[in-house]
Write a protein that binds this ligand. Structure first.
Ligand SMILES: NC(=O)c1ccc[n+]([C@@H]2O[C@H](COP(=O)([O-])OP(=O)(O)OC[C@H]3O[C@@H](n4cnc5c(N)ncnc54)[C@H](O)[C@@H]3O)[C@@H](O)[C@H]2O)c1
Ligand SMILES: CC(C)C[C@H](N)C(=O)O
Length: 364
């Protein structure tokens, strides 16, 4: 991998390698773009087949956060960390404290939070070394686990997609097929159940399925059946790349709206579902509830204010659907346009020359 070539092509700002022999920390912090503000993005802990794969993942995810934060209307840039290791076996408190000191050394250019493989407890350890961390324990006046709020945002976004597809935002009587009923989707199902939607679920974890069946009267199907069930809305809330050559021909849903990151295997699959008339709620717009929630901590966390901001996911999606219609483009491309226009407009205004006066006066 030619790192500088990759950074230049993706217009990245910074890549930081963090190593601590005592704790076994091996982390990569990628900062993509700080035009809108400091880079906020979670820390993922994962076993990677190679160091190159870990670096690529950090870079790809950091760029994703630039777009997610911009489209959510946050004054924040995008960054992400990957820690190389197995979250079930390789964690120790010293590792997260050492990582916290590395974050502190960036002096606020990067702020972290949870992602796959990290928890509120890990964020608390980081917080012992730096204030540039969010999603720490609610006892510290923080917002805690972001997943339930992400679920709330997906619910609001699903209503916007229903409005676009069916002319009515109500989900009462609609059938929603939920793939993966983990932390985010459980919260989503609570809202769906309350509104009177019919819920179909699948998960590879039978306990998660049972909980949804018992609590929400959901109907359960096998994991590979979820694509072809008769439903109005398909909600991918487990894995990425589930919208692909194999699954698209099976889909009966008119709407795709779920929490998973990177749902489209490729952009061509986004074009394909657009041509089929399926309303796709772009993943990073509909799943931005978690980051909106943790971002509120930067102003002193206020849950009411955070939830109000999460509700704007509805408006953000209405705006994306409007751009798609106006420009005759698929919704995934419209979301990119929304994010890029926001970043670009600030880049332009910052390029104007500003003087503090002192410099000029001192030359007299
Ligand atoms: N947690 C957040 O705040 C947040 C924010 C943005 C995006 N996301 C994304 O949303 C998705 C869900 O996040 P989560 O925090 O609920 O994770 P989670 O691990 O709690 O839930 C995922 C669920 O999917 C199930 N699953 C895995 N493979 C499956 C398969 N092949 N078929 C069916 N089910 C399968 C798992 O058993 C698990 O129950 C992830 O893609 C995540 O990246 C989460
Ligand atoms: C900052 C975090 C809450 C981000 C979250 N892991 C996401 O992918 O949106």
């Amino acid at each position: 991998m030619e790192i500088f070539k990759y950074l230049e092509q993706g217009d990245y700002e910074q890549l930081v390698f963090c190593q601590d022999k005592n704790s076994g920390l091996k982390a990569v912090i990628a900062i993509h773009d700080t035009t809108l503000g400091p880079a906020l993005g979670g820390t993922r802990m994962w076993t990677y087949d190679s160091e190159e794969k870990a670096i690529e993942d950090a870079l790809r995810l950091a760029k994703g956060m630039t777009y997610k934060n911009a489209a959510a209307g946050l004054d924040l840039g995008g960054g992400k960390t990957v820690i190389i290791g197995d979250p079930k076996q390789d964690k120790n408190p010293e590792m997260f404290r050492a990582f916290g000191r590395y974050i502190q050394s960036l002096n606020g250019r990067y702020i972290t939070a949870e992602d796959v493989g990290t928890t509120v407890q890990d964020m608390d350890l980081i917080h012992m070394e730096t204030d540039f961390v969010t999603g720490i324990s609610p006892e510290s006046g923080s917002s805690g686990n972001p997943s339930p709020t992400t679920g709330y945002g997906v619910y609001k976004g699903m209503k916007a997609a229903a409005k676009e597809a069916f002319g009515d935002a109500s989900l009462e009587g609609r059938t929603v097929a939920v793939q993966g009923v983990g932390n985010v989707a459980y919260a989503l199902c609570e809202y769906l159940h309350e509104e009177g939607a019919r819920i179909i679920v699948t998960d590879i974890n039978q306990e998660a399925v049972k909980r949804a069946v018992d609590t929400f009267g959901a109907e359960a199907v096998e994991p590979d059946e979820i694509y072809s069930v008769d439903c109005d809305i398909y909600a991918p809330c487990a894995l990425g790349a589930t919208i692909n050559d194999k699954t698209i021909p099976q889909l009966k849903a008119k709407v795709i709206a779920g929490s998973a990151n990177n749902q489209l295997k490729t952009n061509a699959h986004g074009d394909q579902i657009h041509e089929m008339g399926i309303v796709y709620a772009p993943d990073y717009v509909i799943n931005s509830g978690g980051v909106i929630n943790v971002a509120d901590e930067l102003n002193g966390y206020n849950q009411q204010r955070a939830m109000k901001k999460v509700e704007t996911i509805y408006d953000n999606l209405i705006q994306v659907f409007g751009i798609a219609r106006r420009d005759g483009i698929p919704t995934y491309a419209a979301a990119d346009r929304l994010a890029e226009e926001r970043i670009q407009s600030l880049k332009q205004s910052r390029s104007q020359f500003l003087t503090n006066g002192h410099h000029i006066l001192s030359r007299r």
